[in-house]
Design a protein around this ligand. Structure first.
Ligand SMILES: Nc1ncnc2c1ncn2[C@@H]1O[C@H](COP(=O)(O)OP(=O)(O)O)[C@@H](O)[C@H]1O
Ligand SMILES: [Mg+2]
Length: 241
């Protein structure tokens, strides 16, 4: 039995003739928090979306829990219990907080529905206070909490987070990253996080990868990369943290 949950090998993804991923290898083990950092346009979101099957990898393989999912349609990948909070949060603005959480629940798990909603309200008490409020009227931080909460309603084995800190004040980012850490420590949730906010991501992560122009150029423990002079120069010094 391997402890690898997600394995991306030699993945190339294109938009038409444009190659966004040029042969990417990434591995996430069960119970890890792994982050992928890199500048805007590096291909981070494309990797996250390729894991979810849209767009599909042109070459290479994505293996999840021992199964090749490279050519599965997105809805079947979701049924393998990979859930994502996408870039821009993508909550349903006209639905209430509670309805947004309902949208995230999988039909397989309805018997856990109340329990799961309560767990999310414990993790993010702000969502409980605002459960009857429309998603579109929430602050950015609250919308991010809702996006993560909605993903958690699917009882994921792997949670994918695309830029959860984007546009949020440092104190709010800290709250959200603390919640991610709690989920990982208390529930053993495996997390793959994409971030431009390298400092926050590296501090949180067991391991991390650096992506430049569709390729992974460096990897190591969060600590190693935080101390790495190249990483510091490119992503930390003068960066936002
Ligand atoms: N739908 C699309 N069509 C064409 N090119 C795209 C599309 N989405 C992203 N790209 C290009 O792919 C590259 C990687 O983008 P992306 O994965 O969004 O990077 P990141 O998330 O690291 O900012 C960029 O050059 C971007 O312009
Ligand atoms: Mg992106």
């Amino acid at each position: 039995m391997s402890d690898t949950l997600l394995s991306v090998q030699g993945v190339q993804t294109y938009y038409g003739n444009i190659r966004a991923l040029a042969g990417v290898d990434v591995e996430v083990k069960k119970g890890e928090i792994v982050s992928l950092i890199g500048a805007n346009g590096a291909g981070k979101s494309t990797l996250m979306m390729t894991i979810c099957g849209s767009p599909q990898a042109r070459t290479g393989t994505v293996t999840f829990d021992g199964e090749d999912i490279t050519r599965l349609p997105t809805h079947l990948i979701a049924r393998r219990r990979i859930a994502q909070s996408p870039e821009g949060r993508r909550i349903f603005p006209r639905m209430t907080v509670y309805e947004n959480l309902q949208m995230g629940a999988s039909l397989d798990n309805l018997k856990y529905f109340n329990e799961d909603v309560e767990k999310i309200f414990t993790l993010f008490p702000r969502l409980k206070e605002r459960q009857g409020q429309r998603g579109g009227t929430l602050s950015g931080g609250e919308q991010q909490m809702l996006s993560i909460g909605r993903a958690l309603m699917a009882r994921p084995k792997l949670l994918l987070l695309d830029e959860p800190s984007l546009g949020l004040a440092p104190l709010i980012v800290k709250g959200i990253f603390d919640a991610i850490k709690k989920l990982n420590q208390n529930e053993g949730l495996t997390v793959f996080l994409v971030e431009q906010n390298a400092f926050a991501a590296l501090k949180l992560s067991d391991r991390a990868y650096v992506m430049v122009n569709g390729q992974v150029t460096m990897s190591g423990s969060g600590k190693e990369l935080l101390a790495n002079p190249e990483v510091r120069a490119a992503y930390l010094e003068g960066g936002r943290h």
